[in-house]
Design a protein around this ligand. Structure first.
Ligand SMILES: [Zn+2]
Length: 103
């Protein structure tokens, strides 16, 4: 039967493997008027450390020009059906990964 797998609207997959992503590596981006989460990576539990490290390197070389601003890189727990601004940060995991504390 075609179409039966459409019950799930979408499954977010890890950038490095075929597993379902559990985390979003992202930073809050703002242009002074509005803000949103800029996604750097989607990761399963196994690959979150590697993807976070890669994202930090990319984040480090990016220089926003005013009034554009970009916040510290965070790890957000993905929950199906939740909007970006409802996502919870995985602070303990961020600490394990050596995140810089917010200034
Ligand atoms: Zn993975």
């Amino acid at each position: 039967m075609a179409g039966t797998e459409k019950a799930w609207r979408y499954v977010v997959r890890c950038d490095l493997c075929d597993r379902e992503a559990m985390y979003k590596v992202a930073a809050v981006w703002s242009d002074g008027l509005m803000s949103e989460l800029k996604t750097y990576a989607l990761a399963c539990a196994e690959h979150v450390a590697e993807l976070y490290e890669r994202a930090q390197r990319r984040r480090g070389t990016y220089r926003p020009s005013a009034p554009e601003q970009i916040g510290v890189l965070g790890v957000y727990v993905l929950e199906r059906g939740k909007r970006d601004r409802e996502l919870r940060r995985a602070r303990e995991l961020e600490e394990q990964l050596g995140a810089q504390p917010a200034e």
